[in-house]
Write a protein that binds this ligand. Sequence first.
Ligand code: 48H
Length: 257
Amino acid sequence: MALDEVVITRAIMERFTQKFLECTSVDVAIVGGGPSGLVAAYYLASSGRKVVLFERKLSPGGGMWGGGMMFNEIVIQSEAKEILDMFGVRTREYREGYYTADAIEAVTTICSRSLRAGATIFNCMSVEDVMIREGRVTGLVINWSPVEMAGLHVDPMTIAARDIIDTTGHATEVLKVIERKTDMRLATPSGKLMGERSMWAEEAERQTLENTRQICPGVYVAGMSANAAFGGPRMGPIFGGMLLSGRKVAELIIASS
Ligand code: 48H
């Protein structure tokens, strides 16, 4: 069969356009494709919700690819093992209560399972703003990451979502925009972003789950972003809290709608 380059071009453009148009109005929009965002996408899509996830980088996976300090093994505690088991990611017991998994297997498997559950992932897209109507965040303003990186003056576009999850990690990017540009009070003790505190793995993992919640009308926070928002400590290279937080935020949204 002779290959026609123009057909290849048209196939990409038509399929992408169709995929994008289907995501202009969704049940849940997730910002950030690290472990917590990908896990949330899986559980929400599995429950039949229409889910889109925007990831700034070319590769989803966030901080999980690099394990600890680029040694590409992740550690999880026993409470989170059932989530990796459910995804089919192989784990090995290291000591009682501590398990390890290959970081690449964890990222690629969770990513693939989220897509196959029905979530749509757009890579190379950054969320730079939100849309607010009647005191509720109702949508996201998106642009190509290369536009952002090159500092080009190109206007963004918008999608609508009933619920939004900030899983942008240490950066709390969506919440920063809300704090800077709106009068909304966040559900933190100060009403503002509290900022992440120094390393304390056990306490951080506990607080990550506690801080996974709705933080203002239309917006939930999960993963590292939850601790950064509520003033919790960082946990270092243990990923159980991220997985459990992704599952918890999905359960909260499923229960509320
Ligand atoms: C689109 C964006 C935007 C934006 C950011 O950092 P992540 O891996 O997030 P989590 O919370 O799922 O996992 C945290 C974990 O990886 C980690 O860093 C830990 C455990 N640290 C402990 C410690 O002590 O350091 O992923 C967030 C993702 C990244 O891929 C970003 O590129 C992406 O969000 N992102 N995507 N639009 N505005 N901002």
